[in-house]
Ligand binder design. Structure first.
Ligand SMILES: Nc1ncnc2c1ncn2[C@@H]1O[C@H](COP(=O)(O)OP(=O)(O)OP(=O)(O)O)[C@@H](O)[C@H]1O
Ligand SMILES: [Mg+2]
Length: 368
């Protein structure tokens, strides 16, 4: 799969711009703040229907304007056009070949993308939600039923929590709670089984990639933590009724799962050096890429933001070597130095296109 064309209209700092891409390395270079990351985020948006960085679509509209759109030509077995548009007083729509999706989630998985950014470090240092999102994002790209299960679980969990809150600490009648449980249990179990089997397959790919990238025999591992590892979900919910009523929320379930990162058998967060942590995180993302590739049989797009700032010279050399191989498809990369990025890729003799951005050209069309 490849993106052959991208058009941004009033998307973040880009007022109206378009690019034609080559099938391998597409590099955006320019000073801080010219909008390199914003372009990668636009591609991510087209993939996931969400920005990687902004929670609200309103923040994506060029300051002072009221609507925005992102368009791309995507080549898979045939050519597709994807158009996302949204505005202050307009519902967000995603169209494929001119036809709007009834639900945005129906688009998920069509244009698979993996984004490596300096913010990935939050996978290590933030709470378990980040790590669940990582797992869920990866599985959802390939498995629509899983995505529907996540939506269903969230809906019923919210209802159950609202009900627990309304009780104000006193449960008079267990009927309604039991009916929430009956819906939650099978969905939660399916999510658990999918996560477990995902981590099993993913771990192997991750360890392979980590070994190549780090080139040292330091053992790394991922451990899936879930109360469901030990106790059946129905027993968990039955035993936590009193606690749930008291704390006015559902205290146990797959919404509390975690993925523990280990290096040398110890928690990465506490015992990893800065470089080890960065390498671990990059390897996680590359493993995400290879997992999607192996399961879907197609090459996702890879978005690399400020990658040279993240890892040392020899590791970044190995990373370039890896992504230039046949195992990876089209790549979009940002860097402040056009010359540096070109130099990095020259030895690999792959198709390479450099797009130099400057302050003025955020209002112009660059190469189209
Ligand atoms: N909705 C918006 N409208 C206009 N400008 C915006 C909007 N959202 C973000 N920006 C601007 O975009 C710029 C940041 O762009 P971006 O992060 O893509 O830069 P960059 O080229 O990646 O820079 P760096 O080299 O520092 O990473 C900021 O100056 C920010 O103010
Ligand atoms: Mg940037």
């Amino acid at each position: 799969m490849r993106v052959s064309e991208l058009k941004l209209y009033q998307f973040k700092n880009h007022s109206s711009k378009s690019w034609s891409f080559c099938d391998k390395i597409n590099a955006f270079a320019g000073l801080n703040g010219v909008g390199k990351t914003n372009i990668l985020d636009a591609l991510y948006y087209l993939s996931t229907t969400k920005s990687y960085f902004n929670h609200s679509d309103q923040q994506l509209i060029l300051f002072g304007e009221s609507e925005s759109s992102v368009y791309a030509k995507v080549e898979k077995e045939q050519e597709f056009e994807v158009l996302a548009s949204f505005g202050e007083s307009r519902k967000k729509t995603f169209k494929k070949n001119g036809k709007a999706y009834p639900r945005l989630v129906d688009h998920i998985g069509f244009l698979q993308a993996v984004f490596i950014t300096p913010y990935d470090i939050s996978l290590v240092f933030e709470g378990s939600e980040e790590r669940r999102k990582f797992i869920d994002f990866t599985i959802s790209q390939l498995n629509k039923e899983y995505l529907n299960d996540l939506i269903e679980y969230r809906k019923v969990l919210d209802q159950r929590n609202a009900f627990l809150k309304s009780l104000d600490g006193r449960l008079m009648d267990t009927l309604l709670l039991e009916s929430f449980n009956r819906t939650l249990i099978p969905v939660g179990k399916r999510i658990y089984e999918n996560r477990k089997s995902f981590i099993n397959d993913f771990l192997q790919i991750f360890q392979e990639i980590h070994n190549t990238l780090a080139q040292s025999p330091v053992p790394v591992s991922l451990k899936y933590e879930s109360t469901l590892n030990e106790i059946a979900f129905e027993n968990i919910l039955a035993s936590t009724t009193h606690r749930d009523v008291m704390s006015q929320r559902t205290t146990q379930g797959i919404h509390k799962d975690d993925l523990v990162f280990e290096i040398n058998g110890m928690p990465l967060k506490k015992f990893g050096s800065q470089g080890q942590i960065k390498t671990f995180v990059v390897a996680l993302k590359l493993a995400q890429y290879q997992y999607l590739r192996r399961k879907s049989g197609d090459l996702p797009i890879l978005l690399l933001d400020d990658i040279f700032e993240k890892i040392d010279a020899s590791r970044s050399q190995r990373l370039m070597e890896m992504v230039c191989s046949e195992d990876y498809g089209q790549i979009f990369i940002s860097d402040t130095h056009g010359a540096r990025i070109k130099e990095h890729f020259e030895p690999f003799n792959v198709n390479f296109e450099l797009f130099e951005l400057n302050d003025q050209n955020s209002a112009a069309t660059s190469n189209a």
